[in-house]
Design a protein around this ligand. Structure first.
Ligand code: NAP
Length: 310
């Protein structure tokens, strides 16, 4: 096996790329696994207006392209494969992708988080046939159609606002009677004439599996127990995210909500030499800029760790 790498970075959102940029500039020659679907959640978004440095905003995929070019400029070695296994039980650590195993003296995990689903059988069966978790990917298919969005956070508002530009009508179904979304996003949602809200309700079933396409939903009102059916052509699930920690279960300490546990104020995981950055360890802020910030922290902490354990 070739000599172990100083740093392997797993994941390619703002946290992964920032970690690679800092590690590369510190002469740590990082090897980065960006996955077969690189770029993380910003690849699935439209205009990013709150990432500092872009006065007029920037499209999510364009921002990630810039991150990638900057990491490549400093000679980060990039592999476009998904990591399938890790062994963090001994040093050098082992990372396997596409059937090949690589060794590293330190690992930075930046695998992010993925969209949560409602857990209905019909939702699974109709995924890609009217059910979606990404308005910017699939909204185009619902031009002038009736659309429903599930959720009450910023993601739900963002999806609803985007879809309102395309659809005939957008109904937002939320399980409570107040939104979790930030005030500015709430105001935009309430002001939009195409968006309507259905409060205190959950989706009980997605129709119609027998037709192989979404024709409507069955809703339950949690206050009255009443069940109603509504005709919709598209159902967008925007109820938050699940951290991508499957690979690390049993090897790193996780929080009860399955995010990676780090020493507060650092990116240090329960295994010395393994660092976690971005949404995979952040269930509070989950912003591109905080992910980038912790990516920087992880690279600096890996550098210090390697100096101390040369
Ligand atoms: P979130 O803030 O956790 O909101 C999830 C929403 O889905 C909540 O309203 C929650 O209801 C609801 N929900 C969760 N599980 C559900 C279930 N099984 N059935 C029905 N409803 C369910 O997640 P998010 O909206 O993805 O936002 C995550 C973070 O990213 C936040 O910090 C947010 O500010 C940020 N973000 C920002 C922007 C932006 O600024 N443009 C855009 C997207 C995301 P409850 O309210 O009852 O818990």
């Amino acid at each position: 096996m070739p000599i172990p790498r100083k740093v392997i970075v797993i994941g390619s959102g703002p946290a992964g790329y920032t970690a690679a940029i800092y590690a590369a500039r510190a002469n740590l020659s990082p090897l980065m696994f960006i996955g077969t679907q690189w770029g993380g959640q910003l690849m699935l978004t439209t205009m990013v207006e709150n990432y500092p440095g872009f006065v007029d905003g920037i499209m999510g995929p364009e921002l990630m392209e810039i991150f990638r070019k900057q990491a490549e400029r400093f000679d980060t070695e990039i592999i476009g494969e998904d990591v399938t296994a890790v062994d963090l039980s001994r040093r050098p650590f082992r990372v396997t992708a596409a059937g090949q195993t690589y060794e590293a003296l330190s690992v930075i995990i930046a695998t992010g988080a993925s969209s949560k689903l409602l857990g209905l059988e019909s939702e699974k069966k109709l995924m890609g046939r009217g059910v979606s978790t990404c308005a910017t990917c699939d909204g185009f298919f619902f031009k002038d159609k009736n659309i429903m969005v599930v959720g009450g956070g910023d993601s739900a508002m963002e999806e609803a606002l985007y879809l309102a530009r395309l659809g005939r009508k957008v109904e937002v179904v939320h399980r409570r009677d107040t939104l979790r979304a930030s005030k500015i996003m709430q105001e935009r949602g309430f002001k939009n004439p195409k968006i309507e809200f259905i409060w205190n309700s959950t989706v009980e079933d997605v129709l119609d599996v027998s037709k192989g396409v979404v024709t409507g939903v069955r809703l339950r009102n949690l206050k009255t127990g009443g069940v109603t059916e509504r005709l919709v052509d598209g159902l967008f699930i925007a109820i938050g995210h699940q951290p991508n920690t499957q690979l690390f279960k049993g090897q790193l300490e996780l929080l009860p909500n399955e995010y990676i546990k780090v020493v507060p104020g650092t990116t240090q995981t329960s295994v010395p030499g393994v660092f976690a950055a971005g949404d995979v360890q952040d269930h509070t802020y989950r912003q591109a800029v905080t992910a980038a910030g912790t990516g920087c922290m992880a690279a600096l902490e890996a550098e210090r760790y390697l100096e101390a354990h040369a």
